[in-house]
Design a protein around this ligand. Structure first.
Ligand code: ZN
Length: 217
Protein backbone atom coordinates (compact mmCIF):
# COMPACT_ATOMS: atom_id res chain seq x y z
CA UNK A 1 0.00 0.00 0.00
CA UNK A 2 1.26 3.48 -0.84
CA UNK A 3 1.90 5.97 1.93
CA UNK A 4 -1.07 8.24 2.54
CA UNK A 5 -1.50 11.44 4.45
CA UNK A 6 -4.73 12.09 6.28
CA UNK A 7 -6.34 13.66 9.31
CA UNK A 8 -8.62 11.99 11.85
CA UNK A 9 -11.67 12.69 9.73
CA UNK A 10 -10.47 10.76 6.66
CA UNK A 11 -8.82 8.20 8.95
CA UNK A 12 -12.17 6.55 9.61
CA UNK A 13 -11.56 4.51 6.46
CA UNK A 14 -8.28 3.08 7.81
CA UNK A 15 -8.97 -0.55 8.43
CA UNK A 16 -7.12 -3.58 9.60
CA UNK A 17 -6.02 -5.10 6.28
CA UNK A 18 -5.83 -8.65 7.57
CA UNK A 19 -8.09 -11.00 5.66
CA UNK A 20 -10.74 -12.86 7.62
CA UNK A 21 -10.28 -16.59 8.07
CA UNK A 22 -12.85 -19.33 8.09
CA UNK A 23 -13.13 -21.05 11.46
CA UNK A 24 -15.78 -23.64 12.26
CA UNK A 25 -17.85 -23.63 15.43
CA UNK A 26 -18.79 -26.92 17.04
CA UNK A 27 -22.06 -28.41 15.71
CA UNK A 28 -22.44 -25.75 13.05
CA UNK A 29 -22.87 -26.59 9.40
CA UNK A 30 -21.40 -24.52 6.57
CA UNK A 31 -21.66 -24.71 2.83
CA UNK A 32 -18.67 -23.54 0.86
CA UNK A 33 -17.12 -23.70 -2.56
CA UNK A 34 -13.44 -23.59 -3.46
CA UNK A 35 -12.86 -20.08 -4.75
CA UNK A 36 -10.13 -19.95 -7.32
CA UNK A 37 -9.01 -17.34 -9.76
CA UNK A 38 -7.16 -19.21 -12.47
CA UNK A 39 -6.33 -22.83 -13.13
CA UNK A 40 -6.26 -25.70 -10.74
CA UNK A 41 -3.67 -24.44 -8.28
CA UNK A 42 -6.18 -23.98 -5.53
CA UNK A 43 -4.02 -24.88 -2.56
CA UNK A 44 -0.89 -23.58 -0.99
CA UNK A 45 1.08 -25.32 1.73
CA UNK A 46 3.92 -24.41 4.07
CA UNK A 47 5.79 -26.08 6.90
CA UNK A 48 6.46 -24.32 10.14
CA UNK A 49 6.50 -24.33 13.91
CA UNK A 50 4.39 -23.01 16.72
CA UNK A 51 6.43 -22.42 19.86
CA UNK A 52 4.10 -22.96 22.80
CA UNK A 53 6.17 -20.92 25.27
CA UNK A 54 6.59 -17.89 23.03
CA UNK A 55 3.06 -18.24 21.55
CA UNK A 56 4.65 -17.48 18.19
CA UNK A 57 4.71 -19.33 14.93
CA UNK A 58 7.09 -19.16 12.00
CA UNK A 59 8.06 -20.84 8.78
CA UNK A 60 10.54 -23.71 9.17
CA UNK A 61 14.03 -22.84 7.92
CA UNK A 62 15.21 -26.42 7.40
CA UNK A 63 15.52 -27.74 3.87
CA UNK A 64 14.39 -31.37 3.60
CA UNK A 65 15.67 -31.56 0.01
CA UNK A 66 19.20 -30.64 1.05
CA UNK A 67 18.85 -32.52 4.31
CA UNK A 68 19.79 -29.44 6.33
CA UNK A 69 18.23 -28.83 9.73
CA UNK A 70 18.08 -25.43 11.30
CA UNK A 71 17.74 -24.42 14.92
CA UNK A 72 13.91 -24.22 14.63
CA UNK A 73 13.94 -28.03 14.32
CA UNK A 74 17.00 -28.96 16.38
CA UNK A 75 16.58 -26.77 19.47
CA UNK A 76 14.75 -28.41 22.38
CA UNK A 77 11.34 -26.74 22.84
CA UNK A 78 7.64 -27.59 22.63
CA UNK A 79 6.83 -27.10 18.97
CA UNK A 80 10.15 -28.10 17.41
CA UNK A 81 8.44 -30.77 15.32
CA UNK A 82 7.62 -29.01 12.02
CA UNK A 83 4.00 -29.20 10.86
CA UNK A 84 2.52 -28.63 7.44
CA UNK A 85 -0.48 -26.37 6.95
CA UNK A 86 -2.54 -26.21 3.79
CA UNK A 87 -4.46 -23.13 2.74
CA UNK A 88 -7.07 -22.22 0.16
CA UNK A 89 -9.74 -19.64 -0.48
CA UNK A 90 -13.39 -20.37 0.16
CA UNK A 91 -16.60 -18.77 -0.92
CA UNK A 92 -19.13 -19.21 1.84
CA UNK A 93 -22.77 -19.58 0.81
CA UNK A 94 -25.84 -18.26 2.49
CA UNK A 95 -28.18 -21.18 3.04
CA UNK A 96 -31.54 -22.10 4.47
CA UNK A 97 -32.01 -24.66 7.25
CA UNK A 98 -31.70 -27.55 4.83
CA UNK A 99 -28.36 -26.31 3.52
CA UNK A 100 -29.96 -25.20 0.31
CA UNK A 101 -27.92 -22.35 -1.18
CA UNK A 102 -29.75 -19.01 -1.14
CA UNK A 103 -26.91 -16.60 -1.86
CA UNK A 104 -23.22 -15.76 -1.91
CA UNK A 105 -21.52 -14.88 1.35
CA UNK A 106 -17.95 -13.94 2.20
CA UNK A 107 -14.78 -14.97 0.39
CA UNK A 108 -12.40 -16.18 3.08
CA UNK A 109 -9.05 -17.83 3.54
CA UNK A 110 -8.94 -21.19 5.24
CA UNK A 111 -5.94 -23.00 6.67
CA UNK A 112 -6.13 -26.62 7.68
CA UNK A 113 -4.19 -29.80 8.34
CA UNK A 114 -2.90 -32.28 5.73
CA UNK A 115 -5.37 -34.77 7.24
CA UNK A 116 -8.29 -32.51 6.34
CA UNK A 117 -6.78 -32.02 2.90
CA UNK A 118 -6.78 -35.79 2.34
CA UNK A 119 -10.46 -35.95 3.34
CA UNK A 120 -11.27 -33.27 0.77
CA UNK A 121 -9.07 -34.87 -1.87
CA UNK A 122 -11.01 -38.09 -1.58
CA UNK A 123 -14.24 -36.21 -2.32
CA UNK A 124 -12.59 -34.35 -5.19
CA UNK A 125 -11.35 -37.57 -6.83
CA UNK A 126 -14.87 -38.93 -6.84
CA UNK A 127 -17.00 -35.83 -7.42
CA UNK A 128 -14.73 -33.12 -8.84
CA UNK A 129 -14.62 -29.50 -7.69
CA UNK A 130 -18.12 -29.44 -6.20
CA UNK A 131 -19.37 -27.37 -3.27
CA UNK A 132 -18.99 -28.91 0.17
CA UNK A 133 -21.30 -29.14 3.16
CA UNK A 134 -19.01 -29.04 6.20
CA UNK A 135 -20.16 -29.83 9.72
CA UNK A 136 -17.72 -28.89 12.44
CA UNK A 137 -17.46 -31.51 15.16
CA UNK A 138 -14.76 -29.79 17.22
CA UNK A 139 -13.95 -26.09 17.00
CA UNK A 140 -10.72 -26.45 18.99
CA UNK A 141 -9.18 -28.96 16.61
CA UNK A 142 -11.17 -27.76 13.60
CA UNK A 143 -12.41 -31.21 12.67
CA UNK A 144 -15.15 -31.51 10.10
CA UNK A 145 -17.27 -34.04 8.33
CA UNK A 146 -17.67 -33.21 4.66
CA UNK A 147 -20.49 -34.06 2.29
CA UNK A 148 -20.24 -33.14 -1.40
CA UNK A 149 -22.92 -31.15 -3.22
CA UNK A 150 -23.71 -31.93 -6.84
CA UNK A 151 -22.36 -28.73 -8.42
CA UNK A 152 -20.17 -25.72 -7.84
CA UNK A 153 -22.92 -23.10 -7.55
CA UNK A 154 -20.80 -19.94 -7.77
CA UNK A 155 -19.36 -20.95 -11.13
CA UNK A 156 -22.75 -21.37 -12.80
CA UNK A 157 -23.51 -17.69 -13.27
CA UNK A 158 -21.03 -15.40 -15.02
CA UNK A 159 -21.67 -12.30 -12.91
CA UNK A 160 -21.25 -14.16 -9.62
CA UNK A 161 -18.24 -15.98 -11.02
CA UNK A 162 -16.42 -12.73 -11.82
CA UNK A 163 -17.28 -11.27 -8.41
CA UNK A 164 -15.93 -14.30 -6.53
CA UNK A 165 -12.87 -14.62 -8.74
CA UNK A 166 -11.76 -11.04 -8.23
CA UNK A 167 -12.19 -11.35 -4.46
CA UNK A 168 -10.48 -14.73 -4.39
CA UNK A 169 -7.41 -13.44 -6.23
CA UNK A 170 -6.72 -10.91 -3.47
CA UNK A 171 -7.15 -13.42 -0.67
CA UNK A 172 -5.05 -16.02 -2.50
CA UNK A 173 -2.11 -13.61 -2.59
CA UNK A 174 -2.28 -13.33 1.20
CA UNK A 175 -2.34 -17.08 1.78
CA UNK A 176 1.41 -17.59 2.41
CA UNK A 177 1.21 -15.09 5.29
CA UNK A 178 -1.82 -16.89 6.68
CA UNK A 179 0.08 -20.18 6.77
CA UNK A 180 3.33 -19.23 8.52
CA UNK A 181 5.16 -15.97 9.04
CA UNK A 182 8.61 -15.81 7.48
CA UNK A 183 11.23 -15.02 10.10
CA UNK A 184 14.99 -14.75 10.07
CA UNK A 185 17.20 -17.09 12.09
CA UNK A 186 17.98 -14.34 14.60
CA UNK A 187 14.28 -13.51 15.06
CA UNK A 188 13.55 -17.18 15.70
CA UNK A 189 16.44 -17.39 18.18
CA UNK A 190 15.04 -14.39 19.98
CA UNK A 191 11.60 -16.02 20.33
CA UNK A 192 13.26 -19.20 21.58
CA UNK A 193 15.20 -17.21 24.14
CA UNK A 194 18.57 -18.17 22.74
CA UNK A 195 21.16 -15.49 23.47
CA UNK A 196 22.31 -13.98 20.22
CA UNK A 197 24.95 -11.56 21.56
CA UNK A 198 27.62 -13.83 20.12
CA UNK A 199 26.09 -13.49 16.67
CA UNK A 200 26.29 -9.74 16.56
CA UNK A 201 29.93 -9.84 17.65
CA UNK A 202 30.71 -12.34 14.95
CA UNK A 203 28.94 -10.22 12.37
CA UNK A 204 31.63 -7.55 12.62
CA UNK A 205 33.99 -10.09 11.10
CA UNK A 206 36.93 -9.00 13.22
CA UNK A 207 39.17 -11.40 15.06
CA UNK A 208 40.52 -10.59 18.50
CA UNK A 209 43.94 -10.12 16.97
CA UNK A 210 42.59 -7.58 14.52
CA UNK A 211 40.97 -5.65 17.34
CA UNK A 212 44.15 -5.83 19.44
CA UNK A 213 46.17 -4.59 16.48
CA UNK A 214 43.80 -1.70 15.90
CA UNK A 215 44.38 -0.27 19.38
CA UNK A 216 47.04 2.41 19.14
CA UNK A 217 50.04 1.86 21.37
ZN1 ZN B 1 12.20 -26.11 11.50
Amino acid sequence: MAVMTFGFEEGKDIKDNSFPKFKGETNKTYVFGYAWDVGNEIFRAATGHFAQAAKKGWQCLSDPKKGTKEICCTYDYVGNEPKTKVGCVLVMYKTDEDQKITGIGEVLSWTFSPKTFQQLRKIYLEHGLVDIVATCSDSKYQTFTFVPKKTSAWTTEEKIKQHVKSKAAKVYEQLPKMLYTKMSLSEIKEHLGIASAGDSDASTGLSLDAIANSIPE
